[in-house]
Every structure is written in C-alpha cells, then in structure tokens.
Ligand binder design. Structure first.
Ligand code: SF4
Length: 410
C-alpha cells in the first residue's frame, strides 16, 4: 500500500504547538500575562496588542476530535441541556471539562488543565455557538465575556459594514481595559496586524502550492499545518514556520514530488474536516489516486484585507469578508474562482450534522453550481467531532462512486 508522504516540517509543527501551549500554561500559573480565550476568527490581533496570551478553544475541541475522545464527552454536555444538534466542538469541549479531561495533559508533560482565562472574547462572524460556548465558561468561572456581534449572509462588504464592525472593535478595546486593566498600545496593534497579514500571505502561498500538478500537499496536510495560522497569527513564530514549510514545498514541486503519487483527480473539499477520520480519509483518497487540493476550511485563515496602516477598518473588513459570513451568490462565485485556480474536477460537500454554518449543501448551492459551471459534486453526511453522525461505509461508497463517475467523464 502507498504510504502518506509526510512533510519534514511536521516535526517543527510539533515544537511550535508545544511552545504555544506551554506559554499559555505558564501565564495561567504565574497570573501574568493575562490569558484571553478567543474564537478562531476572533480579534486575536487586538488581544495580542493588549498584552494577552491567547488560547483558542476550537483548536482544543479539534484535538478532542482528532484524538477520538470527543464522542465520549459530547453526551456529558447533552446531559446538562446542550443539544446533540448543536456544535460538537462546544459539546465535546464542555463535556470534557466537566469530566476533568483534556488531551493536552496526555500530550504535554506538566500541563494538567485547559487554561483558565482572565477574559473570554468572541466574534459571532462564524456562528452563535461560539458565544454560547464562551458564556458557559464565563458563568462557570465568573469571568467577563466580551465580543463582537457580526453580520451574517453578507453579499458585498460595504463601508457601512466595515464602520459598524470597526466601531465594535474600538469599544471592545475599551471594555477589555475596563474588565482587565490591560491597555492598548496602538504601535503594537499596527505591528501585530502586519505580522498577521504576513502570516496570512504565507499561508495563502502554502495552500496555492496545490495549484501545481501534481500537488505537493492535500487538504489533509492543510488541516495539520494550519495550526500556526489559527493560533499564532500576529506572531513572528507563525511567519518563520510558514517560511520553512514553503521552502520544503517548493523543493517538492521542483522535484515533481506528489502528495498523491499518480494523481488522476483533483477535488475540492467543502465543509468541516471529520477530525476523527483524517487518516482514514487521507488513505482513501490516496488509494483512489485523488488529491484533495483545496478547501474552504483551510482557506478560512486567509485575511488579505489586514493592513497595519489602518488597523481598525482593516480588521473589521478582514473578519467580515470571510466565506462563512457571506451569502450564497458570493459563495457560488467563490467556488468558480477556486475552480479556475486549482483546476479541480469536482466538489465533495461535507454536510456536518452539528455545524450548519459550515455546511453549504442545504440550500441548493451544489445544484446551482453544477448548472452554472458544470461542477460535479457529491454530498456526504458526517460531522466534525461526533463520529456517531458519520457512516463511514456509506461515505466511502459515495466517494468511490463519485470518483468512478469522474473517470467516465475524462
Ligand atoms: S462554525 Fe461550526 S464548528 Fe465552528 S464553532 Fe461554529 S458551529 Fe462549531
């Protein structure tokens, strides 16, 4: 059997992520710097510029999923009234906390718990669940919970949107000072926004290495290597990481090394990863000589609007321009643009049971895309973290049939 090719930079990733968690753990234990929790597309730049170390619970919830422990803890949150229908990041994370479990304690010597925050900060640009999630902890620990209430289903991002969100960002800075005493340094904010922008540009370049044929990386590599873009954007560490990764990927492209040897088909993955089945899915596509070359999910941490010369407005624009915030007309055009860029043969829509926000197959979009741009698609039912919602056998059958159909079209 052909083995999954691993990028050497994956070793550096382990170190970078370990340093990240140890830094937050040390801050929590010392009580300095203060710890802020942040949603994955929340105001990380602002928090760093105000001197917080930043922890991302969605990353923790994804680790629960990837280590296949999430499904054990979801029922614990269900039992206190958090429905099995809502975000399984939320339910896995809250359930694990209630049972005193964190995979971080298994992975990192000396870390015993998730870090207790001094403040919890959300942006509802992705969903309401993040706010509900943070409010649960806020009540539990009597810690302030602040945030930005975003627009949803946005077509064109207008100045009205930008001004509205920029105003909330400024108020959030004042509220954070009132709640924690940490003050904003505007020079630091400009610098952090630039660092974040640089990280985003490099991450974009990494993902676009998959435009090469054969592709040197797949969606499954992307879900691993995106770590620094999510949890360390706004730091030099993330920039250094992606420079190293890019160098290795450029080498692979120069030598014609394929992530999927004998690449025959190229696929776009739409929706959340199935964290507990990453390896199995990577192996399935390897066997089918199919490279999953692009995804909305990995692209979600590209923030090309960020501009250190205009931090407030550019942060507001960057966090409102996100795919997840946009309406279906925008999304259709986006898929077509991605087809031109990555030259994919078809789209797999993952209908994640507990995340309607990242499941774009529920309002006829795949059918419209097929009609408009001739893009073949298949939909699979599953979930990001709750493996009880994923019928592996059915998904494999659907994917195999889909690839066979793509073969008939060639
Ligand atoms: S976007 Fe989906 S997966 Fe992410 S926090 Fe919201 S509901 Fe959960």
């Amino acid at each position: 059997m052909v083995e999954i090719r691993k990028l050497k930079t994956a070793k550096l990733m382990k170190k970078v992520m370990a340093d990240h968690f140890y830094e937050i753990d040390a801050a929590m234990k010392a009580g300095n710097p203060k710890v802020a929790w942040c949603t994955s597309v929340g105001p990380a730049e602002l928090l760093r510029a105000m001197g917080f170390v930043v922890y991302f619970p969605e990353n923790h919830a994804a680790i629960l999923g990837a280590t296949r422990t999430a499904t054990d803890y979801i029922p614990v949150a269900n039992a206190i009234g958090y429905s099995p229908e809502i975000c399984s990041y939320l339910t896995a994370d809250v359930g694990a906390y209630l049972k005193g479990f964190t995979p971080l304690a298994k992975i990192y010597d000396g870390i015993e718990t998730i870090p207790k925050p001094d403040v919890l900060v959300y942006n509802t640009n992705q969903c309401r669940d993040v706010k509900d999630w943070f409010e649960w902890y806020a009540r539990r620990w009597n810690v302030p919970c602040l945030g930005i209430e975003s627009y949803v289903n946005v077509g064109e991002v207008t100045e009205t949107h930008v001004q509205g969100i920029a105003g909330q960002f400024k108020k959030l800075a004042d509220d954070l000072t009132a709640a924690t005493g940490n003050k904003l340094d505007m020079d630091k904010l400009a610098e952090t926004v630039w660092l974040s922008r640089k990280c985003s540009d490099l991450w974009k370049e990494v993902l676009e290495m998959a435009t090469h044929k054969p592709s040197p990386l797949t969606f499954f590599d992307g879900t691993i290597h995106m770590g620094p873009a999510v949890v360390m954007r706004g730091t030099q560490v993330a920039i250094d990481y992606y420079e190293t990764l890019l160098e290795e990927l450029r080498g692979w492209v120069a030598e014609g090394v394929a992530a999927v040897p004998g690449e025959k088909f190229r696929i776009y993955w739409e929706g959340m990863p199935i964290w507990g089945k990453l390896r199995e899915n990577a192996e399935l596509f390897l066997r089918l000589k199919t490279a999953v070359v692009a995804s909305t999910y990995c692209n979600s941490w590209i923030f090309t609007a960020l501009d250190g010369n205009d931090p407030w407005n550019s942060m507001a624009r960057a966090y409102t321009e996100l795919f997840i915030v946009r309406d279906d007309d925008y999304k259709e055009e986006y898929f077509i643009k991605m087809k031109e860029l990555f030259d994919y043969d078809g789209v797999i829509f993952h209908d994640a049971k507990t995340c309607p926000n990242n499941s774009n197959c529920r309002y006829g979009l795949p059918q419209r895309l097929q009609e408009k741009a001739g893009v073949p698609f298949v939909t699979i039912d599953g979930d990001l973290n709750d493996l009880r919602c994923y019928s592996e056998e059915q998904a494999i059958t659907k994917i195999e049939a889909f690839i066979e159909q793509l073969g008939e079209r060639q």
